[in-house]
Unconditional design. Sequence first.
Length: 391
Amino acid sequence: MPNDSQVMTRVPRILLLIETSKAYGRRLLEGIGRYAETHGRWSMYVEERGLHDRQPAWLKSWQGDGIIFRSMAPSMINAIRTSNVPAVDTNSKITDHGFPLVYADEQAIARVAVEHFRGRGFVNVGFCAIENDPWVTLRHDAYQAETTRHGFHCHCWLAPKANAGHGWERQSRQLSSWVDGLPKPIAIFAANDVAGMRLVDACNRADVAVPEQVAVLGADNDEVLDMLTSPPLSSIDPDAARIGFEAARLLDRMIRGEPWPAEPLLIVPAGVVSRQSTDITAVDDPQLAVALTFIRHHACDGISVDDVTRVVDVSRATLERRFASHLNRTPKEEIFRVRMEHVERFVTRTDDSLAEIAGRTGFATASHLSTAFKRTFGKPPNDYRKDANRG
């Protein structure tokens, strides 16, 4: 008989039915691979496919141990259900299909988008989508609810995806006409980077300056698409790699016989990757615009209100009055808000110690940072980080 060292451990066979045509799907795969590399060897199969592709013909006879999927095709979901193999869905919860879910937190994405615009002084906001998939509705509804919460009216463009070149030309003209009639300056959240790229193109065709008249923020952080736009497109990074990692972790537990959570596991975005399409401060007052830009670039450098007044060359009383009139907050509050925005990003996106983060964001000590963080976000930074890492 073979001894224990000669017994070969069976390697789990995992099927990855995830689109490879977009950066989002490839980052999901990256996260899955990272989990497999650090938590045990998997035999994984993936093939080139799109989000709406039907199931492969061989799926009904496939014998494996687990599936991670992201699909908009009902036939695919039905085929996975009938396979009776443990499976995890990484798409937005559209229907109650009975699979455990790990996906992007749409409410958190909406908050990040609105805060990005508010921090740049925008009072006119919009939303643009060129597809009519159910996930667009989820993203639109979350964003509109967040803009309403802040007292904004959201100007929306919701249109089906063009099917061919001539369809896009017609849609582009319609989109340019919509942009031309919007109040300006305005900040528009595009449902994804494809929509953002086409919105910037429509602005350019209509001779509407980006970002001076229309600031555009995409989502998914597809760097290839983002750098194809002119100017380059700012985008929300949904942390798809982490979604993939957590989906793999959940599938691993299911394969071991553990129960899965009844509620979806929501993953918060990693933040905004700022590029030129939103690099603007939207206020009518030129001096206030200079002040906001200076604060945005130097809030973590230990600046004071007096530093801002020297840059703008106005009295402190005048600066305070302009901030109150346009933004309903003081210069000191704005410095603190932008600084804490950076702190929160370091806490959730890095493993840096609190002392390191304090040094990078203008706090004298980690203790001072912790006190300010708890006052702002309602819990100590270490607890906040743990919650973010759990999704």
